[in-house]
Design a protein around this ligand. Structure first.
Ligand SMILES: Cc1cc2nc3c(=O)[nH]c(=O)nc-3n(C[C@H](O)[C@H](O)[C@H](O)COP(=O)(O)OP(=O)(O)OC[C@H]3O[C@@H](n4cnc5c(N)ncnc54)[C@H](O)[C@@H]3O)c2cc1C
Length: 303
């Protein structure tokens, strides 16, 4: 563990809570749905709602997670502004792949009743195979199912080629997890250049890329690429994290007729959110600086 990760891990929970506030939609299903609905009603911004929590190692916690997702789906109902996202390590990966797959299937079946698309998030490289195996096993039964690929991993070109014929909805992003140099790029700029290549490959392979980034040049280059390849505006979307200040480009994209979707995480139990935020702070200590800057801007009335 590096010195930055060590310090971040020592950050007290309440301080993490302050840092994380702009990025979390609250502590209930109702507040998460209300946040997503407000984004839609005010600016036609779509959402994907995610229950925080990961690396769960007890069956009780996994059952609790399933229960929250089922309640979320029932309360969300049939609507057009939000999908849901979930993580394999919340849903039984501590047991085995089959248990995890069947737990995820249960949630997708419930979501199907209301036509709510589901995305399986991607965690660190220990879970890439498991996640893709589950995705490929479930996709034929659930055509709207999506998953995530990370451009920093050397394996991603092949992973895209292996999706041939699946007509897949793939969130492509640089990846949040620090990965060893033997298997992954180490510099963000290289990851972003690679991500543009991955967007191109996804287009050419007939998939639906969900371009997950806050980097404006990467968004603009992706749009240019789509035009060059004659991809229609409903052949892809741009995704960002709730709380990252990108209102100007978001509104510009929506005016152009491009779907923009925000990641809207919530947690009923703060301990689940603390773990998530600490992990993100450890992986990206600059986040604390961004948040401090955002809070200062807000205090000065600039936002
Ligand atoms: C919708 C969505 C879902 C994601 N799902 C996954 C997933 O399943 N698995 C996974 O590994 N990763 C996931 N990620 C994270 C992703 O991989 C990146 O870590 C994250 O998007 C930051 O990369 P970036 O391309 O925005 O580049 P960065 O260089 O990190 O950011 C570009 C610019 O955006 C601004 N910015 C970035 N983050 C913040 C912030 N927190 N606060 C304020 N400003 C900020 C800064 O100005 C920065 O210079 C997801 C990201 C999004 C948007």
């Amino acid at each position: 563990m590096g010195i930055k990760s060590f310090i971040v891990n020592l950050t007290p929970g309440p301080l993490v809570k302050v840092f994380a506030k702009p990025y979390i939609a609250g502590d209930s299903i109702t507040s998460a749905i209300q946040t997503a609905k407000d984004f839609w009603d005010s600016r036609q911004v779509c959402s994907t709602i995610d229950l925080l929590g990961e690396e769960l190692e007890s069956d009780e916690e996994v059952e609790y997670t399933i229960d929250v997702y089922l309640r979320l789906i029932a309360e969300l109902g049939r609507q057009k502004f939000s999908t849901i996202s979930l993580k394999p390590t919340q849903l039984g990966s501590h047991r085995d792949e089959a248990t995890c797959r069947e737990n995820i299937r249960k949630i997708i079946e419930a979501a199907e009743e209301y036509a709510i698309p589901v995305t399986i998030d991607m965690e660190d490289h220990h879970f890439t195979d498991l996640t893709l195996n589950i995705y490929k096993a479930l996709k034929p039964d659930f055509p709207t199912l999506g998953t995530v690929l990370q451009s920093r991993l050397f394996r991603t070109d092949q992973d895209i080629l292996d999706l041939k014929g699946l007509n897949a909805r793939i969130r492509i992003c640089i990846g949040i997890y620090n990965e060893p140099r033997e298997i992954a790029l180490q510099h963000k700029n290289d990851m972003k250049k690679k991500m543009l290549e991955h967007v191109e490959l996804l287009f050419k392979e007939g998939h639906y890329p969900e371009i997950g980034t806050h980097e404006e040049w990467l968004i603009r280059d992706s749009l240019e690429l789509a035009d060059k390849l004659n991809i229609s505006k409903n052949g892809y979307e741009i995704q960002m994290l709730m709380g990252v200040p990108r209102q100007k480009i978001t509104d510009e994209l929506i005016r152009k007729g491009i779907t923009v979707r925000l990641y809207v995480p919530f947690a009923e139990k703060w301990k689940h959110a603390t773990n998530y935020c600490k992990r993100r702070l450890a992986a990206n200590p600059m986040m604390a600086a961004y948040v401090a800057g955002n809070l200062l801007q807000t205090a000065r009335g600039k936002k």
